[in-house]
Design a protein around this ligand. Sequence first.
Ligand SMILES: [Fe+2]
Length: 342
Amino acid sequence: MPVSRADDDINAEGLRRLFFFWQGAKRSKSVRREIADLIEQSAAIPSVPQVVVRFLEITQDPQFDYGKLVDLLASDPGMTGEILRLANSALFGVSRQITSIRQAMTLLGVRRIRSLVLARYLISVINDRSAVLDVRYFWRRSLTSAALAAKLARHRLASLQEETFIAALLADVGIVLMAKALGEDYRPIAECYVPGGVGETASLEQERFGTTHGEVTALLLDRWQLPTLIIDTGKYHHGEPPADAEPNVTTMVQLVSAADGLAKHLCESHDVATLVDACHRCMEAAGVNMSMLPAILEELEEDIADLARVLRVAVLPERVYERIVHEIREHLSAPAGQGPSF
Ligand SMILES: [Fe+2]
């Protein structure tokens, strides 16, 4: 991997500065701007390696030269190995063995390769232990949300399915940054971000720190120069995008927010009636017909396991989806008035 150990860890001095600033900034009305400035100036955010920056630059041009991209990726053997590993995972349904970058691009498409590069690299940067955050729960929920968002996007925003996947995968990374930067001060909020936790994380953050993990996520993704669409989706995933936001942002926020809601319930609740009720609400919010959900959930556990394996993150084991799929199918096929009362 092109990530050095020094880049891989959030700089301790940067964290201390952020922590003390945050402590003092709790009472400040202009906390958001000041936190933004501090994060920009501090060494708290690891930089993206040049190969990723160059990859994004090249692929931004719709007429780009494939050869340039192949040469760029081939110049980094670590990156090449990761891309091939991801490309060969069952998640993307490619039956034949992919052995070269050029073949991967032909079979999977450049946009999907771009998502794989971003996902693998960015997750390696933020995948770390935390004293206050349940990281295994964090990854299970984030991977569940990403897999769901990609599937929901097929029905509403097929042309931006990859972007929706990345946006959902990274939407909550602000939580990891805040937990690392604030340590014990963030513990009361981190304690809500657990299976069965009570309380709305974003509201508690706003109340306590004057900012939310969505805004911190947006700062990070902006620093990494990700597409504006992904940054804005991270920023607004717990609220409303501004009225003049581009329509794709609004749709992507709806999808990511709904996927996050579904993921939260799937990861937290084992009461099937409550889950199915939550599924109804989230599918309505996503603008996707409820009848699509059983097929989405049937593949979900396998998708999460694949993602966790190729992205090398540890997740909590779960097997609740089969029961939910069964209940939803029964509910959908029951004559009006005879189904379960959700
Ligand atoms: Fe969130």
